[in-house]
Design a protein around this ligand. Structure first.
Ligand SMILES: [Zn+2]
Length: 364
């Protein structure tokens, strides 16, 4: 980088105008954001997170986030499935929780987690699947335990999860459900930051019918369509995310009541009257998302996915900005909290396995 550019970079303020100047000065890819452009195309194209303080903007099903970190493709107690989707990104609190959960689950007798989708690097709507998972606070975990051996890349892409619920009766298959499944969900519900766990109604019913002793945790277990191969863990808005919209609190009680009985009527399973109606994620434009999400798309990324991968080293993980220069501080705001590039540091270790890393953003 030339001295002039270094000076520009140092002086750059990350306001909306500042971001444009910053991108221009560093010859980052020019990316005009048009109001009518589909948000899923823009967020779906992002390979790396916004390397700034972690913040979630908007709601689980309508938002985006900065400061995302990736969970490593492999840990001793987890494996990331479908790695080609590049959805192993989350708010650092989510990633730290998943790593802890995987260790706790193993100690409980579950042989490790198979992780499904978390979020795209900057969140936002996805090209396929999921209405939510947009602000880095949702994660899908398979109801199939991790095999003892390492999975090949092809297996991670193609291996099927186990269907746990009979689609006709909406009851779990008793030959498949184990006490370890129950313990796994109980462990997930034990973390204070976990607000909801979405499961198929059949699974909720199984828990309602069999859990004895402490049943308080059942309040967090919420019946929902799907979720018969995996369960979905949702954590609350994290400190510092002033633009994050909280979900309404779950009702008091264990939920083993009329609200559950409704799922075992005909009504929830009626064919969709309008099956061709577009899904929200397929029509959502940038204008539908919080205004900060435009800035999130423009913010600088880290040098590589590896540089923003969290290895559970005991310190809060942060995405590492690509700029080799110390970031100016303070450097403008997104919403109410600062959007400050986090300076490079030495915590990023070398890759443990020969997985090809996404290439850095153009111009870096
Ligand atoms: Zn999910």
């Amino acid at each position: 980088m030339t001295k002039r550019l270094r000076t520009i970079a140092r002086k750059t303020i990350l306001t909306l105008a500042g971001v444009a100047a910053f991108a221009g000065a560093l010859e980052l890819e020019a990316r005009p954001v048009m109001a009518e452009e589909l948000a899923k195309n823009l967020f779906g194209a992002e390979k790396l997170p916004a390397a700034t303080e972690p913040q979630s903007f908007g709601f689980y099903s309508k938002g985006c986030f900065t400061g995302g970190v990736a969970i490593p493709l492999d840990g001793d107690t987890w494996t990331v499935m479908r790695p080609s989707r590049n959805r192993r990104w989350g708010h650092p609190a989510m990633i730290a929780l998943l790593e802890k959960f995987s260790r706790d689950a193993e100690a409980d007798g579950w042989p490790g987690l198979l992780l499904g989708d978390i979020s795209q690097p900057r969140g936002g709507p996805m090209l396929t699947g999921h209405a939510s998972h947009q602000i880095g606070l949702d994660a899908d975990i398979w109801l199939t335990p991790k095999p003892r051996r390492d999975l090949t890349i092809a297996e991670r892409e193609n291996k099927s999860a186990t269907l746990m619920v009979d689609p006709k009766t909406h009851r779990v298959y008793d030959r498949l459900w184990t006490a370890q499944h129950t313990q796994l969900l109980k462990r997930a519900a034990s973390y204070p930051e976990v607000e909801r766990i979405l499961v198929n109604p059949g699974i909720k019913k199984k828990l309602c019918d069999t859990v004895t002793g402490d049943r308080g945790w059942l309040r967090k277990i919420r019946p929902f369509w799907g979720h018969d191969y995996h369960f979905h863990v949702r954590i609350g808005c994290q400190p510092g995310s002033h633009g994050c919209k909280e979900q309404a609190a779950t009702a008091a009680g264990d939920g083993c009541d009329k609200s559950l009985a409704w799922w075992f009527t005909e009504e929830p399973w009626r064919p969709n009257k309008n099956p061709d109606a577009p899904k929200a994620r397929d029509i959502m434009t940038m204008a539908n998302l919080p205004k900060e999400c435009r800035l999130v798309l423009q913010a600088p990324g880290p040098v590589s996915a590896e540089a923003a991968t969290y290895y559970g080293n005991g310190r809060p993980p942060v995405a590492v900005a690509a700029s080799p220069e110390p970031a100016p501080a303070p450097s403008g705001t997104i919403g109410e909290a600062p959007l400050t590039p986090v300076t490079a540091n030495a915590f990023a270790p070398t890759p443990k396995i020969g997985i090809p890393l996404p290439r850095p953003r153009p111009g870096n």
